[in-house]
Ligand binder design. Structure first.
Ligand SMILES: NC(=O)c1ccc[n+]([C@@H]2O[C@H](COP(=O)([O-])OP(=O)(O)OC[C@H]3O[C@@H](n4cnc5c(N)ncnc54)[C@H](O)[C@@H]3O)[C@@H](O)[C@H]2O)c1
Length: 378
C-alpha cells in the first residue's frame, strides 16, 4: 500500500494535526504545506504561499487547518480537484457557504470530512452510550454550559474576534457543542432564539496587530481577572457571553450557554430523559458521567450510575482518533462518526443563532439542508 500523499493547508496552532498523519511508509505522509505565513514545517516538505502553487494532481488528501473564513473557498477548490478533504470545524462561516461546500463534494464525487473531534471525545461517547442503553429513557432536553476560561487568549487576540472572519462565537466555538447536542438528541435544530453581549473584552482598549504570530506565543494562564488581558485584536466585535435556546425537529428542546471570562475552562452537559438525567463532571481524564434514574430526591452527589470516562479523555484522545478515521475514510470511504450534513447543520444553527442574538433574540428558523444534497451524503 503506497502512502496517501497529504497537503496541509494552514500550519498554525492547529497544525500539530499534521504530525498525526505524517507516517512515511505506514500509509500516509505530508508532501506539502500551503500557508501564506510560510512557517517552517516539522518535516522536510515544500512550503507554498497559496494553493495556486500546489499541483493538486500530486496530492491524494488535504487537511484544511486555516482560519474559518478561508474554509469554504479552499475546500471547494480541493474537492473540485478530486482531493479527499478534511476541513476543520466550522465547515464555513455562513449557511450558504456550508451548502456550497457540500454541493462541491457531491458534484465532484470527492470525500469531504469535517473535523468535529468532539464526536471522538471519550466523555461524549460515554454520554452517547448511556443514552443508547436506555438508562434515562427518551431524550427530552439537552443543556450545555460552556465555560471558556481561556477565551481571552484563544479568541480575542486574533482573527477570531473579527466577525467578518468568524461570524461569532455561537458559530465558531458553538459549532462543536451544537453538533454534540444534535448527536445526543438525535435531531437537528429548526429554530433558535439567542441573547448575548460583549461585556468584558469590549472595554479593553489595549489592542495589537499580532500578524505573523500565533496563539501559543501570547498565551498566559496567569492573566486574571479577565479585564487584565492586553493586546486584543484591533477589531473585537464578537460577543463574549452568549445564550441560545434551540428547538429541534424531533421535539427536543436544548440550550447552549457560553462565557469567555470564567475562571475555569470546561463543558458541562446534562441530558434529561423521560426516565432520568445524566451529567458529566469534567471533560478530561478523571471525569465521570453520573446518572440519576432510580427515584426522586433532593440534591444527591451519589448517583445511581457512575461511569468513569477513560483516561485519554481530552483533545489528545479525540485528535488521534479523528485523524485515524479521516485517513481510513480518505482511502476507502465507509461510515464515519462525523457527518458533513451534521457539520452543515451545526453551522446553520450557529449562524441563525448569531443573527437572532444581534436582533434582540428574534426567533429565527434554521433552514434544513436541501433534501437531494442530504440524501447524497446520507
Ligand atoms: N477541532 C478543534 O478542536 C479545533 C481547535 C482549534 C482550532 N480549530 C479550527 O482550526 C482552524 C485553524 O485554527 P488555528 O487556531 O490553528 O488558527 P491559527 O490562526 O493559529 O492558524 C491558521 C494558519 O492558517 C494560515 N492561513 C491563513 N490563510 C490561509 C490560506 N488562505 N491558505 C493557507 N493557510 C492560511 C495562517 O497563516 C496560519 O498559519 C480554525 O478553523 C479553527 O476553528 C479546531
Amino acid at each position: 500500500m503506497s502512502d496517501l500523499r497529504i497537503a496541509v493547508v494552514g500550519l498554525g496552532a492547529r497544525g500539530y494535526l499534521a504530525s498525526l498523519v505524517h507516517k512515511p511508509g505506514e500509509g500516509s505522509r505530508v508532501v506539502a504545506v500551503v500557508d501564506p505565513r510560510r512557517p517552517e514545517p516539522p518535516f522536510d516538505v515544500p512550503v507554498h504561499s497559496t494553493l495556486d502553487d500546489l499541483d493538486l494532481a500530486e496530492v491524494d488528501a488535504a487537511l484544511v487547518l486555516s482560519p474559518d473564513d478561508t474554509h469554504e473557498e479552499l475546500a471547494i477548490r480541493l474537492l473540485t480537484a478530486g482531493v479527499a478533504t478534511f476541513v476543520e470545524k466550522p465547515l464555513a462561516i455562513t449557511v450558504d457557504g456550508a451548502d456550497r461546500v457540500l454541493a462541491a463534494a457531491r458534484d465532484a464525487g470527492s470525500r469531504l470530512y469535517v473535523g468535529h473531534n468532539m464526536r471522538h471525545a471519550p466523555f461524549v461517547l460515554a454520554m452517547r452510550e448511556v443514552i443508547a442503553s436506555g438508562a434515562i429513557g427518551r431524550v427530552m432536553s439537552v443543556w450545555c454550559r460552556h465555560f471558556v476560561g481561556n477565551g481571552g487568549d484563544y479568541y480575542f487576540k486574533d482573527w477570531h474576534a473579527d466577525r467578518r472572519r468568524s461570524t461569532g462565537m455561537l458559530l465558531q466555538k458553538g459549532a462543536h457543542d451544537i453538533d454534540v447536542i444534535h448527536w445526543l438528541a438525535g435531531g437537528r435544530t429548526q429554530a433558535v432564539s439567542a441573547f448575548g453581549d460583549l461585556g468584558v473584552y469590549g472595554d479593553i482598549t489595549d489592542r495589537r496587530d499580532r500578524a505573523g504570530t500565533l496563539m501559543p506565543d501570547w498565551f498566559d494562564a496567569g492573566t486574571w481577572p479577565p479585564s487584565a488581558h492586553t493586546g486584543l485584536n484591533p477589531v473585537v466585535d464578537i460577543e463574549d457571553l452568549s445564550v441560545v435556546n434551540l428547538q429541534l425537529d424531533n421535539g427536543v428542546i436544548a440550550t447552549y450557554q457560553q462565557c469567555h471570562y470564567t475562571p475555569d475552562y470546561w463543558r458541562n452537559y446534562t441530558v434529561i430523559g423521560t426516565h432520568g438525567r445524566l451529567e458529566n463532571f469534567g471533560d478530561f481524564a478523571g471525569s465521570v458521567i453520573k446518572v440519576w434514574n432510580a427515584g426522586r430526591s433532593g440534591y444527591r452527589p451519589d448517583a445511581d450510575l457512575e461511569i468513569p470516562v477513560p483516561a485519554d479523555s481530552h483533545h489528545g484522545g479525540a485528535d488521534p482518533a479523528i485523524m485515524a478515521e479521516f485517513l481510513r475514510y480518505a482511502r476507502s470511504g465507509g461510515p464515519t462518526l462525523t457527518s458533513p450534513v451534521a457539520a452543515r447543520d451545526a453551522v446553520a444553527a450557529g449562524y441563525q443563532a448569531t443573527l437572532s442574538l444581534r436582533d434582540g433574540g428574534t426567533l429565527m428558523e434554521v433552514p434544513p439542508t436541501d433534501p437531494d444534497l442530504a440524501a447524497y451524503f446520507g
